[in-house]
Design a protein around this ligand. Structure first.
Ligand code: BTN
Length: 251
């Protein structure tokens, strides 16, 4: 029922195709899907292996937010994906900070976002999601898992995508309201953070944090109103992590 999903048998990356379409005025909530990606990418300059059977897609968003609040749509996407996987397959998934979807501590999906601005406005955000569906990622990545691995049978990806997009639209409508200034959110917790916290497995866990030039361990105690992860180190100090990787320990 959607006319804004663009399918391709093969692309280098759905991120690049989505950017190209966004620059050519593609509408809010349009999506680009590829059966196979030849140079799929992940966060932190990693490669993302994208073979047949997975669901590799990027969405174009034009949120009415100032650039410093763009992260809210990423949190909305991981919340919407968790809700969708619970609803359709009754999967007990958890979100790992910032936006990975885990099933029993193994990676089911990852999310990558890129933004283009014009002056002090967002012109568009591209959110890419790689969801392991009917592929077998654990051969290359022992910590990864697919829906087929969990359920023991392949599932219909087109229905899954359209259910997700419906849920994502609903989540964005409900939680990512028009906000003019980043200071609008300074005095209260955005409701998308409240939702995200209900679905995360990170808070309360011992974690190892890796950033470009540093690594340390501690307990993840909270996520603040800007989406940053708060880590309590052994010496009691609190460290705020804005960007980087988080590994759950002792699981
Ligand atoms: C991560 O966990 O590091 C994020 C992975 C994001 C992968 C998806 S697959 C669709 C889209 N196109 C890409 O090249 N990457 C994202």
């Amino acid at each position: 029922h959607r006319d804004n999903i663009h399918y391709f048998p093969m692309l280098n990356s759905t991120m690049d195709k989505a950017r190209e379409l966004a620059r050519a005025d593609a509408s809010h909530m349009s999506a680009v899907v590829a059966e196979v990606q030849q140079s799929g990418r992940g966060r932190l300059n990693r490669k993302w292996v994208s073979q047949e059977g997975g669901l590799w897609f990027s969405m174009i968003l034009r949120p009415l937010l100032p650039p410093p609040l763009a992260w809210q749509v990423n949190f909305a996407a991981s919340v919407a994906m968790s809700i969708t996987l619970k609803k359709i397959f009754d999967l007990d998934v958890r979100v790992k900070w910032p936006n990975d979807i885990l099933y029993q501590e193994r990676k089911l999906a990852g999310l990558l976002s890129e933004m283009e601005t014009e002056g002090d406005m967002i012109s568009f955000v591209i959110i890419g999601i790689g969801l392991n569906v009917n592929n077998s990622p654990s051969k290359a990545e022992p910590n990864a898992i697919s829906i087929m691995d969990i359920l023991g049978k392949p599932v219909h990806r087109r229905n899954l995508l359209s259910d997700f997009l419906d849920q994502f639209e609903a989540t964005v409508d409900e939680h990512v309201k028009k906000q003019k200034h980043s200071s609008d959110s300074a005095s209260f917790t955005p409701s998308i953070i409240t939702q995200w916290k209900e679905m995360t497995g990170t808070i309360g866990k011992k974690v190892r944090i890796e950033t470009y030039d540093d690594f340390f361990e501690g307990v993840a105690v909270d996520v603040d109103d800007t989406g940053a992860l708060l880590i309590e180190k052994d010496d009691g100090t609190i460290c705020k992590v804005i960007y980087g990787d988080c590994f759950h320990q002792g699981v």
